[in-house]
Design a protein around this ligand. Structure first.
Ligand SMILES: C[S@@+](CC[C@H](N)C(=O)[O-])C[C@H]1O[C@@H](n2cnc3c(N)ncnc32)[C@H](O)[C@@H]1O
Length: 227
């Protein structure tokens, strides 16, 4: 049975679609027009998928062969849940998938969901408890803050989330594990990529086709944690 979701490619878009907290500025009207013409939105809608964001992950998973049966995966910034759903489908009944978000998600069979702010120590402790001391094969972070429109502040908040996800991955990834992390081009990204190169042997940048060309969004894929 298809789930009913407002189709979004992420949190900001979800807020825009919800409408009440948004004045219909020219840019949001343009965004809505583009959104409903978007081929990935149409494909997600036709497939009953939770978000067009799934096509970004699927392209990267296919290209980089990141998933194997039995893997243990954490999905940070998981709502509305399309990445977790895709990962669970690819793992079948094997492995473990833990998803975390500030926002609630509709349950996904075989996915353990934790609701909370990843920046809160208590939330991190809950996540770490769910790992039961076992290291991870893959950490996904599609986290993005709710944008204020003040570019300097938004970029700083984005980089803070990325730093925290990297710190988590450093502590919990297996030596041959991988981290896929969303970044936005802007202040701090060059230093962040230097940090990734310092900590991991292989660092690649990915801009999947479903990631809008005019969006500053990009993904870093890193593997091979240095000892
Ligand atoms: C682009 S959406 C993720 C879409 C998701 N990958 C999917 O496929 O459905 C970004 C998510 O990051 C979450 N997020 C932002 N800041 C967060 C934080 N501090 N802790 C946990 N989640 C956060 C938002 O609530 C939002 O759901």
């Amino acid at each position: 049975m298809k789930e009913k979701y407002v189709l979004t490619s992420g949190y900001h878009e979800q807020l825009l679609c919800n409408g009440s907290n948004v004045s219909r500025s020219k840019s949001s009207t343009r965004w809505l027009r583009e959104h409903f013409k978007d081929e990935y939105v149409k494909r997600a809608h036709a497939g009953g998928l939770r978000s067009r964001a799934v096509f970004k992950l699927e392209e990267i998973l296919a290209r980089d062969r990141l998933l194997k049966p039995g893997m243990r995966v954490v999905d940070l910034g998981a709502a509305p849940g399309s990445w977790s759903q895709a990962v669970r489908a690819k793992l079948g009944d094997t492995g473990q998938v833990i998803a975390l978000d500030i926002l609630p998600i509709q349950g996904i069979h075989g996915v353990e969901f934790l609701q909370g702010d990843f920046r809160e120590p208590e939330v991190l402790l809950r996540l770490e408890a769910a790992l039961k001391g076992e290291r991870l094969d893959l950490v996904l972070s599609d986290m993005a803050p709710n944008l204020s429109g003040i570019e300097v502040a938004d970029q700083a908040r984005t980089m803070e989330l990325a730093d925290r996800a990297l710190d988590f991955a450093r502590r919990w990834l297996k030596p041959d594990g991988a981290l896929l992390i969303k970044l936005f081009q802007g202040a701090g990204i060059d230093q962040f990529i230097c940090d990734l190169r310092r900590d991991f042997r292989r660092v690649s940048m990915r801009k999947p086709k479903a990631s809008r060309t005019r969006s500053r969004e990009t993904y870093a894929l890193v593997r091979g944690r240095r000892a």
